[in-house]
Ligand binder design. Structure first.
Ligand code: 5RP
Length: 231
């Protein structure tokens, strides 16, 4: 089974948690896109579903498949949020942000009554950190923020961290909110919750891609079907 089939299986399983009348947090990325397709199909069958998108790409996709959009500024309740991940550990801590949507994704995941992660099985890891940790920072005085980030990482045991401004075609990548992404190659992260807290304390850091203690359920799709962690 290829990765795409695993992603689709995970999205289909997550869809079993949708009820007929719900406001859904819609994640970003190729796995979350399978879920958006399913939500569109349910809407076409008469289900009363609305979506709060975590990125402009997801907004366009959701609109295209007929899902009513609730503007993030107007959303007061999110019944269920479903999103992908770049890595997930056995305690359901995550690294996210490969698609540069991590700030919005975290706001929605945190607000949701229930947050489900969907992924192909290659995203399951014993410990987070092989995937470079994305950190979203304000463009204002960004070099000072990167210096503070380096200091905090060193204080937390990552003196050898390699930090890189995310760029494409020679241009800094801007998030949908106009922010920058610093990808931090750290290696194994022994205490992701402590690191998440330390990074959040840096002025100029808007969020890190560490999502600790937020995931209620993780659904992984692969060769041997579905594996579900959490409830
Ligand atoms: C975007 C994300 C994505 O959920 C993450 O990168 C996984 O993407 P994909 O499902 O395409 O592998 O965090 O910011």
């Amino acid at each position: 089974m290829d990765k795409e089939a695993g992603k689709r299986l995970a999205a289909e399983e997550a869809a079993n948690h949708i009820e007929r009348d719900m406001t859904l947090g819609l994640g970003t990325g190729s796995t979350a896109a399978y879920f958006v397709d399913i939500v569109g199909k349910l809407v076409s069958e008469g289900w009363d579903l609305r979506g709060v998108p975590t990125s402009e790409a997801t907004r366009e996709h959701a609109e295209r498949v007929g899902v009513e959009i609730i503007e993030p500024d107007e959303a007061t309740v999110i019944d269920l949020a479903v999103d992908g991940a770049d890595e997930a550990d056995p305690s359901l801590n995550l690294i996210k942000g490969g698609g540069a949507a991590l700030l919005r994704e975290k706001i929605i995941a945190y607000a949701a009554k229930k947050f489900i992660v969907i992924a192909d099985k290659s995203k399951r890891v014993a410990a987070l950190g092989a995937f470079p940790l994305p950190v979203e920072i304000s463009p204002y005085s960004w070099a000072l923020t990167v210096a503070a980030l380096r200091r905090t990482l060193a204080d937390n045991g990552f003196a050898e961290a390699n930090l890189e401004l995310r760029a494409r075609d020679g241009e800094a990548v801007k998030t949908d909110g106009g922010n920058l992404i610093i990808d931090c190659r750290l290696g194994r992260i022994e205490n992701p919750a402590a690191l998440e807290k330390a990074l959040a304390a840096i002025p100029g850091v808007l969020e890190s891609g560490l999502f600790c203690g937020m995931t209620r359920m993780a659904i992984f799709g692969g060769e041997d079907g579905i594996t579900i962690n959490g409830a």
